[in-house]
Ligand binder design. Structure first.
Ligand SMILES: C[S@@+](CC[C@H](N)C(=O)[O-])C[C@H]1O[C@@H](n2cnc3c(N)ncnc32)[C@H](O)[C@@H]1O
Length: 278
């Protein structure tokens, strides 16, 4: 009985500690200028099939614009109750309440797995603290758009810099940056590749390495030697590369430990595939 009481006391204090865990302030409320909101959504190519999540949604303008102008669905989270209330009222008044909602919630505790687009305008250290979460929860191909601060070490798919007078009162300078990232598939490992017969008649070992998440290198073992891959590009689940010393290019789609693709020799196109071995 005494042990149970101790256990209950420990559980209760753990729960209390979790409740009392201070929410990290990821940035003060400063709205993105409306022109930046439009650019962020345009660069991410937001459309009616998208589900957008704004982390730290403020007055809701990014999610509201995504719904009103681009036909998307989604939600925003913010720790400030008054902002969440204001954003939900705006969704109602602007006729998009069926497609978007706003929730008072810590962005670090928010499940983002439903997103096809994630947007944020947060402090630089916060943006970087989210990288592991993004890789864990987001599907390959999901677009991440960050206003002003980069995901350090990730190569942006698009990067735009502009000067905006509106920003002077926010950050003291006119400089405005928008970073677009595409969540890459996980490709690192050893693959058994079935190459076009012109390259190899036998299954060949393809090794892919993934540094800094988006930077991929690798080699294909042919006739006892490792032939390096060149110009390897990984965009979401789409991979392309060339084989050193060979004409033509490979493209493929990565899905569930397999790659299905096409080799374009310049004269004809033949299929190739690979499966992950470890
Ligand atoms: C710079 S504002 C961006 C507002 C909006 N996304 C925009 O671009 O107009 C950052 C917002 O993040 C919210 N925020 C800060 N820390 C947060 C946290 N841990 N969880 C959820 N929201 C947070 C703030 O209340 C603020 O509204």
């Amino acid at each position: 009985m005494k042990r149970l009481a101790t256990l209950l006391a420990m559980t209760a204090s753990a729960a209390l500690a979790a409740d009392l865990k201070p929410t990290k302030d990821a940035g003060p409320y400063v709205p993105s200028p409306q022109s930046v909101v439009s650019d962020m959504l345009r660069y991410a190519d937001v459309g009616a099939n998208d589900f957008l999540i704004d982390l730290g949604s403020g007055d809701g303008r990014i999610v509201l614009t995504a719904a009103k102008v681009f036909g998307a669905r989604g939600f925003g989270v913010d720790i400030k109750e008054d902002l969440v209330k204001r954003a939900n009222e705006a969704a109602h008044n602007e006729g998009v309440a069926e497609r978007v909602k706003f929730v008072k919630q810590d962005l670090f505790e928010t499940d983002v797995s439903q997103a096809t687009v994630v947007t944020m305008y947060l402090l630089p250290d916060t943006v970087n603290m989210l990288k592991d979460k993004f890789l864990r929860e987001l599907k390959p191909g999901t677009r991440i758009v960050s206003h002003d601060y980069p995901l350090t070490g990730w190569i942006p798919d698009k990067y735009v810099q502009m000067d905006l007078e509106d920003k002077v009162q926010i950050s003291g300078v006119t400089t405005t940056l928008i970073y677009l990232y595409i969540v890459p598939a996980k490709v690192a490992g050893r693959w058994e590749a079935r190459m076009p017969p012109a390259i190899s008649k036998q299954p060949a070992s393809l090794t892919l390495k993934q540094q800094q998440v988006t930077r991929v290198s690798g080699s294909l073992r042919l006739d006892g030697r490792d032939v390096p891959l060149e110009e390897v590009k990984l965009r979401g689940d789409q991979i392309t590369f060339r084989l050193a010393g060979h004409k033509g290019g490979f493209s493929g789609v990565v899905k569930d430990g397999a790659i299905e693709g096409t080799f374009d020799s310049g004269n004809n196109r033949t299929p190739w595939s690979a499966s992950l071995r470890g």
